[in-house]
Design a protein around this ligand. Sequence first.
Ligand code: PLP
Length: 365
Amino acid sequence: MTIAQKLSFDVQLSDHARTAAEREQVLANPAFGQFFTDHMISIDYTEGQGWHDARLMPYGPLSLDPATSVFHYAQELFEGLKAYRQSGDSIVTFRPYANAARFNRSAARMAMPELPEDTFVEALELLVRTDREWVPTTEGHSLYLRPFMIATQPALGVNYPSRTYKFMVIASPSASYFTGGLKPVSVWLSTEYTRAAPGGTGFAKCGGNYAAAFVAQRQAVEQGCDQVVWLDAHEHRYVEEMGGMNLFFVYGDKLVTPALTGTLLPGITRDSILELAADLGLETEERLVSVDEWQEGCASGELTEVFACGTAAVVTPVGTVKGADRSWTVGDGTSGPVTMRVREELVGIQYGARPDAHHWVHKIA
Ligand SMILES: *Cc1c(COP(=O)(O)O)cnc(C)c1O
């Protein structure tokens, strides 16, 4: 039973916050996900009591019993979104309620409690306002926000999900996700491993999906590629995703993206691009896309561009494709005009350079 209640956050400011000079040093070269701000959010959940002990506190390690169930059974899920500094110094996020809704869909699949969407967004706002100096001013940089939830009951029984949970938010200043700018990536078609199967957790943003993916990503790198491309579990015939990003196939002025079959993660960037397409005079289609179609489309020239999309790297062109028994180039292997146009539009809305016709930008500070 969850008790409806309005949570208020207890605020405990850090007494060892980094100095302005220390912060500037980090912000000068933030990499991705390596440095964190001075504070974090924590909210606890107990079955029967609901969410309680909401607080903003100094960033720091957790102390957990070794029997804590997340360590053993991976009952965990997360989200990823960014805070952007716009001109005039306001700070915004992009569609945070979409992340809150997806977080709860993931929670339902993982037998974890839902967090009220308003509390999710309030937690982000409180952290970003407190650590607002950590939102980079450099163009293209942002503050990456990582909400997550773990099962905290110290018990090894497997017949019942944890009765206690912890929701947290941490924040990390970030440059672009892939180093080396907008260089097209090379991809490896994984036919040996599968990311997600029907009835599994593919649509949920849970850590376990990533744990199962590392070996395939490592194989992609051994094959000389940047990223792994996941195919359907049943036939290894249809394209699903690229690493932690969704894929788009450009046929002239039509964008085709793999349909959400339940094994794909429903990206908010993917969803936004599907909506933006009309503004850019592009048609869209969600359907199955096979590896054969990808290769033949590139050979005939009908398929002109392929790009991947996600919060961390926004829009990234795919240049070359390699599989166990074939390899080919997309277009001339460089990033194409539709890819660039879509990227520019999305980034423009996020940083305030373009009008926000869809009301996606959420002002925080
Ligand atoms: C998070 C994620 C995406 C992209 O989702 P966005 O909401 O666009 O950031 C795509 N695929 C996987 C597997 C993911 O975990």
